[in-house]
Structures are given as C-alpha cells and as structure tokens.
Design a protein around this ligand. Structure first.
Ligand code: DON
Length: 305
C-alpha cells in the first residue's frame, strides 16, 4: 500500500505558499467570514482507513459538494426521466450563470451547476416527506458522525441572498420544468449546502464514489456500480464548472468543488479524498485545494488515465 500519510504530509508542506492566495466567497455574508490561510485534507481508502493533514477539526459547509448527494438521492428514486429535466453536458459557464437556461428552454446543462442542482432538488423534493431531515440523516450515517448539523446561519444568509438562484428556479418554472413551490425547494437546497462537516467526515461521506456505490459506514449500497461509474464520469466532465477541463488536465480525477473552499476527488477502486482551503480562484474553486489534489495525484500516480 502507498504511504498515504507521507504523501499527505508532503502535500501540506507543498501548498503552504498558496494558503493566502485567492479570495473567500463574499457573495453570501456568512461565507465571507471565513479566514484565508487554512487547510485540511483527508483521504479515506476503500479498506476503511482515513489519513489526514492540516486542521482536520475545522468544520465548514459542504456548499456545492451537496449537489453530488442530491443527485445520488435523486438517482435512487428516478430512472431516465430525471435526464429529461437536466442534461449531462459540461456548461462551460459559471456555476450560477443564467444565460444558457433561457436559450435551452429551462433545461440546465448538468446537475452540478446551480440550476441543475436546484431542479434535481425539486425532483427529490417530490419524493421525500421530510427533505431536509432525510438529507441530514444521510450525511450522519455516511460520515460516521451522528452529530453532523446544518449551519442554520449560513442557510439563512444564503436564503436571504437567493436572488440569482431564485431567478433560475422561476425561469425553469416558466418553462414547465419545476414542480414544487420554488421557495420551499430553495430552502431545502440552501440547507443541503449548509451541512457542516470536517474533511475526514466529508471523505467518508463520499467514499461510495470510489467503492462501486457501497458506503461502508452506513452499510448501504447507495448506487449500483454502473450508476457510480456514470456519476463519476459526469463529475469528471462537469464537477468544476468552467474549470472542469483544467482540473481534469491537472488532477485527472473526478471531482466536485464548493465555494466554502472544499473539493472532493475520487480514484475509483482506491480512495476518496476531501480537501478544504477557503481561498478561491475566479471560478469559485479552492486555489490550494486544486494544487493539493494535483500534487497527490502526481505523487501517487493516481490520475485515472
Ligand atoms: O448556490 C449557491 O450559491 C451556494 N450555496 C453553492 C454554490 C457553490 O458552492 C458553487 N461552487 N463552487
């Protein structure tokens, strides 16, 4: 087995000069309070070991990484009809862009941009009697920490500044691609984004992506092996928005980022890794996070090609 701990320690050193680079997300007041200069990373292997570096006690909200869980839970409840409502193509636009949605009749390009995640939330909302509670319980059982909570201040702050996301949802509604009450679905979407974890919990939560759909913590087969491959393929092409190509080139793993500065990445059959560092580049992706994953990939030779 590779010496994962040594690689994570070396990664922590490697990214030190980058920790104050980039800007924290400032379009939501509660997120703007995050401080630069922080870093944590955790790697969870398919045989159940977790290796960490940096400040792994630090807790942060999952933000857009929640889109992966939303899609997973929707795929458990829908067959192909979900793909009538959201596409599988890279958008080449910012995560919160509205333009394509108008030209493309209210069908978002993929489930990882905001519009795509919100319509997936709408689909999920139709199949759950307690959408927020069910999602939180899922994180609790998959992360191995029954005390995971939602940061309500972040959820509330996002809801109060929901203008762009609301515009997308209402635009989709105008095209007939939205079933439930927009405001209720947005509230669940923001609560999903505001689930708070540390890096080790996040790597464990998404460990099913490297483990053929099986989550060892919750002992659930969340997706079939085939669905897991499909989800990883979509993450590879669209997980980092309009920087997905650059991430694929540099890191070579399926991944998903969030504006809190977190990124998860997957080496199918081996491990899931989660990183967090709040300084973001102009695409909304963690500067040190991407550099750390690039370094891990080089050191371990784990780009999937
Ligand atoms: O919808 C939003 O604005 C956020 N709650 C999530 C955005 C996000 O994380 C985009 N990621 N890079």
């Amino acid at each position: 087995m590779p010496n994962y701990q040594a690689v994570l320690d070396a990664t922590f050193n490697h990214v030190q000069p980058l920790l104050n680079k980039g800007k924290v997300a400032d379009y939501i007041p509660a997120l703007a309070e995050q401080k630069l200069g922080q870093f944590a990373m955790a790697l969870h292997t398919n045989d159940g070991q977790t290796f960490t570096a940096g400040n792994c006690n630090a807790r942060f909200t999952v933000q857009s990484v929640s889109k992966v869980m939303t899609l997973t839970m929707a795929l458990q409840r829908y067959e192909d009809e979900l793909w009538q409502r959201v596409g599988k193509e890279p958008s080449g636009t910012a995560f919160n862009s509205l333009t394509q949605l108008e030209f493309e009749n209210g069908i978002p390009r993929n489930p990882f941009i905001n519009a795509g995640a919100i319509v997936t939330c709408d689909a999920l909302f139709s199949r759950l009697s307690a959408p927020i509670h069910t999602m939180l319980e899922q994180y609790r059982s998959q992360s191995g920490n029954a005390k995971v909570v939602i940061n309500k201040r972040v959820a509330q702050s996002e809801f109060e500044h929901r203008y762009r996301n609301a515009a997308m949802a209402y635009l989709m509604k105008s095209f007939g691609n939205f079933t439930n009450d927009v405001e209720e679905v947005l509230w669940s979407y923001f609560n999903y984004c505001a689930i708070e974890v540390n890096c080790a919990e996040l790597a464990r939560t998404f460990s099913y992506l490297s483990n053929h759909g099986f989550c060892a913590q919750s002992q659930q087969q969340l997706l079939s092996a085939k669905q897991t491959k499909q989800l990883n393929s979509l993450l590879f092409t669209s997980g980092l928005y309009d920087a997905a190509g650059d991430f694929a080139y540099r890191v070579g793993m399926p991944g998903k980022s969030g504006v809190s500065g977190t990124i998860i990445a997957v080496v199918p059959g081996q491990f899931t890794v989660a990183v967090w560092s709040p300084g973001l580049d102009k695409f909304g992706n963690s500067v040190a996070g991407i550099a750390a994953l690039e370094y891990v990939s080089e050191q371990l030779g784990t780009a999937i090609f």
